[in-house]
Design a protein around this ligand. Structure first.
Ligand SMILES: [Ca+2]
Ligand SMILES: [Ca+2]
Length: 320
């Protein structure tokens, strides 16, 4: 059974995340041939399957976040294998910590006919799930104005950057911005720093997204979250401001043209996170390299920057 082979690899990793904390009980909609029952007020369940039998008596139970069983390991919250089943198939289910207000589906997999795997049940958690188990993390965003208008969010690590930018992805956690203080100035211009915190975050890998009005590029950084961690300082780039001096102008356009001509350019400097931020900053018209999601930064963007610097109408006018 192909699914079982792949999914079995996740079992040992998931076992480390098991928790035994108390949870409210949820309305469970049993859809398949069997029962799925929560054991008291706990994050423990018993699954019983009474449908078509597998010829080899081997079954796999899967509890996944969302509607459909997928092999995305980030969506699996419990996985169990049962060999040599006789009579009814019975699993003790203890998922890792469930997120609040989230739909989960329960699937039974086996060679049980053309339909398998079959959905056994679904349930949706309420406000009482998750939360108290996680810790707090903090960080600092650096920008060119002292407004407290930045929005901080953590997304699952598998979320596409494009889905974060266009608003179609839902964050796993939303952060809170603190007060803004004067930062280290750069050239003639002052910079400002705003601290931010996230509470109740389960340890793991996430994408941090910092969005700020005023023609700033959404900064997206992959971060490792452990309780109490300081994620560090993140420069929020203005659109067009490749050299991050606070002003999109001819110097930035020059860096784009050098990049396009494969000469040394600031777009190639810094670590991978900084390079990604600068590419996003340079891509004024938001197009992409053919057959990829990579931002296409070229002469068209340089032209827009020069028009903006010369107070002519440009694509900057449409940026938030
Ligand atoms: Ca600049
Ligand atoms: Ca472009």
């Amino acid at each position: 059974m192909k699914h079982a082979t792949k999914l079995a690899l996740c079992t040992s990793a998931l076992a480390m995340f098991m928790t035994c904390s108390a949870f409210a009980s949820y309305q469970i909609d049993v859809k398949g041939s069997g029962t799925f029952v929560q054991n008291g007020d706990k994050n423990e369940y018993t699954a019983t399957y009474t449908g078509t039998k597998a010829s080899n008596n081997r079954y796999l139970l899967l509890v996944v976040e969302g509607d459909k069983a997928t092999l995305d390991s980030n969506k699996i919250v419990d996985i169990r294998q049962l060999d040599n089943a006789t009579g009814d198939v019975k699993f003790d289910v203890k998922p890792k910590e469930l997120k609040a207000n989230t739909k989960y589906s329960v699937w039974i997999g086996a060679d049980i006919g053309a339909d398998g795997p079959v959905e056994l049940a679904e349930f949706t958690t309420d406000d009482s799930a998750g939360g108290s188990e996680g810790g707090s993390v903090s960080g600092t965003a650096v920008s060119w104005n002292e407004k407290t208008d930045a929005v901080y969010a953590l997304f699952s690590a598998s979320t596409e950057d494009s889905a974060i930018r266009d608003g179609s992805a839902s964050p796993a956690y939303t952060g809170v911005g603190g007060s803004v203080v004067a930062g280290e100035s750069k050239g003639k211009l002052a910079r400002y720093e705003q601290s931010f915190t996230f509470d109740g975050v389960e340890d793991g890998t996430y994408k941090l997204a910092i969005t700020k009005p005023g023609k700033y590029v959404t900064r997206i950084v992959t971060v490792q979250i452990t309780s109490g961690a300081d994620l560090g300082k993140f420069d929020i780039y203005l659109y067009g401001d490749i050299n991050n001096d606070g002003t999109p102008d001819g110097k930035d356009a020059t860096q784009i043209l050098r990049y396009g001509n494969l000469k040394g350019s600031m777009l190639d400097s810094g670590d991978a996170n900084e390079q990604a931020a600068k590419l996003d900053a340079g891509n004024i018209n938001k197009d992409t390299v053919k057959n990829s999601n990579k931002p296409l930064v070229d002469g068209k963007d340089a032209t827009q920057i020069l028009r903006f610097a010369n107070l002519k109408g440009s694509m900057f006018d449409k940026l938030p």
